[in-house]
Write a protein that binds this ligand. Structure first.
Ligand code: GLU
Length: 445
């Protein structure tokens, strides 16, 4: 890292102690920015980097609720309103026991650049709670969501801050939160949340968007080498919303997904994962990957070290942060992987990223490859603002167009800055410059 960037980075670490994931996300962006600062010193003079690393507002609040036994529970809620240079704060809510301020800040920071890359008018934010939805009844989840929104509502608005889902937050949770927002404010403000149900203001394709978008981005990368998903063996880690729809799209394109996973382990299914069965197990029954194996002949629970030991042409990490490390990347490379695209946020460790890039593997960072989810959230906002609803085909066409455009911008920016094929640099620079220019236009705010 260049000296001026290193100095700023050290300050960020000192000002935000104990937030390892946030530091990692900042470092990854800073490592791309030296050529931009060389071209335009005014970003340094205007302290754009110091300002961009400091959230505009951070909200931490108590979320009390009662479980089904009538016992009082207390969780912690977060919303980090990171940057509103390009539009209202936009980004998901994560409900998972691992959530603390450092996770929300890493996600919020990434979201600024991801949202910029979509070309849509959305700023960056993220929120969530250390609440664990696993094993909770619908009534418990409802009471938690209502309590969470009873504080959060005052910070939201279609022109202010627009949350959506992330790990642990899907259609059910968005429904409970939208209901509570509407009740407290007495406003049917559709554009205040995205990922809504299709009967009450949601957009077609939003459910599929992150997974479909990741596959669209990976297809564009493969096409630069005259290849496609047709006939490829693929691993998709995870079995949540992103992973399931990535698998569905890969199968539509003629690829075969031979492995997927959840926090309880991974499954190898050489005939190709049965996506309908997986949806039934994970989305309807909220079960575990073992329930899939029990009902699918030929499928086996993985026995070796990790899902990344399986030889594949394409790997899509779609589970969670830092799930693919340097050693696992080396194994994938040794087994001939051609392309890796991140469906999750920051799933590859820095060592993993360097290994792939060093070996000439096509590598797409999450802030580009998984931007289809939030881009379709912006399309949902657009439909809500126009009191309109679009067809599946039209919405998917818009999503595919956005992903193509992101790919094109990342590739051409990497070329322009002398690093052809470096999608990490392309994504970071493209995302950053737009936000930085808007911040400069607004003066010191
Ligand atoms: N949580 C998703 C992401 O990481 C989606 C956010 C949204 O739709 O606002 O981008």
């Amino acid at each position: 890292m260049e000296q001026s960037l290193e100095t700023i980075f050290e300050t960020v670490v000192a000002r935000n102690p104990g937030e390892a994931e946030f530091h990692q996300a900042v470092r990854e962006v800073f490592e791309s920015l030296a050529p931009v600062l060389k071209k335009n010193r005014s970003y340094l003079d205007d302290k754009i980097l110091e300002r961009i690393c400091e959230p505009e507002r951070q909200i931490i609040f108590r979320v009390p609720w009662t479980n089904d036994k009538g016992e009082v529970q207390v969780n912690r809620g977060f919303r980090v309103e990171f940057n509103s240079a390009l539009g209202p704060y936009k980004g998901g809510l994560r409900f998972h026991p691992s959530v603390y301020l450092g996770i929300i800040k890493f996600l919020g920071f990434e979201q600024i650049f991801k949202n910029s890359l979509t070309g849509m008018p959305i700023g960056g934010g993220k929120g969530g709670s250390d609440f664990d939805p696993r094993g909770k009844s619908d009534a418990e989840v409802m009471r938690f969501c209502q309590s969470f929104m009873t504080e959060l509502y005052r910070h939201l608005g279609e022109y202010t801050d627009v949350p959506a889902g992330d790990i642990g937050v899907g259609g059910r949770e968005i429904g409970y939160m939208f209901g509570q927002y509407k009740r407290i404010t007495n406003r049917y403000e559709s554009g205040v949340l995205t990922g809504k149900g299709l009967d009450w203001g949601g957009s077609l394709v939003r459910t599929e968007a992150t997974g479909y978008g990741t596959v669209a981005f990976a297809s564009e990368m493969l096409a630069t080498r005259g290849e496609s998903f047709d006939g490829k063996r693929v691993t998709v880690s995870g079995a949540g919303n992103v992973a399931i729809y990535a698998m569905e799209k890969i199968h539509q394109l003629g690829g075969t997904v031979v492995a997927c996973s959840d926090s309880s382990g991974y499954v190898v299914d050489e005939q190709g994962i049965d996506v309908d069965l997986l949806k039934q197990v994970k989305e309807v029954e909220r079960g575990r990957i073992g329930d899939y194996v029990a009902r699918r002949s030929g499928a086996e629970l993985g026995k070796s070290g990790s899902i990344w030991d399986i030889p594949v042409d394409v790997a899509l990490p779609c589970a969670t942060q830092n799930e693919l490390n340097g050693e696992q990347a080396a194994t994938l490379i040794k087994n001939g992987v051609k392309a890796v695209a991140e469906g999750a946020n920051m799933p590859t460790t820095p060592e993993g990223v360097h290994a792939f890039q060093g070996a000439g593997v096509l590598f797409a960072p999450g802030k580009a490859a998984n931007a289809g989810g939030v881009a379709t959230s912006a399309l949902e906002m657009q439909q809500n603002a126009g009191r309109d609803s679009w067809s599946f085909e039209y919405t998917e066409e818009r999503l595919t167009g956005i992903m193509r455009n992101i790919h094109e911008m990342c590739a051409s920016t990497a070329d322009e800055y002398g690093a052809p094929g470096d999608y990490v640099m392309g994504a970071n620079i493209t995302g950053f410059v737009k936000v930085a220019n808007a911040m400069q236009a607004f003066g010191l705010v």
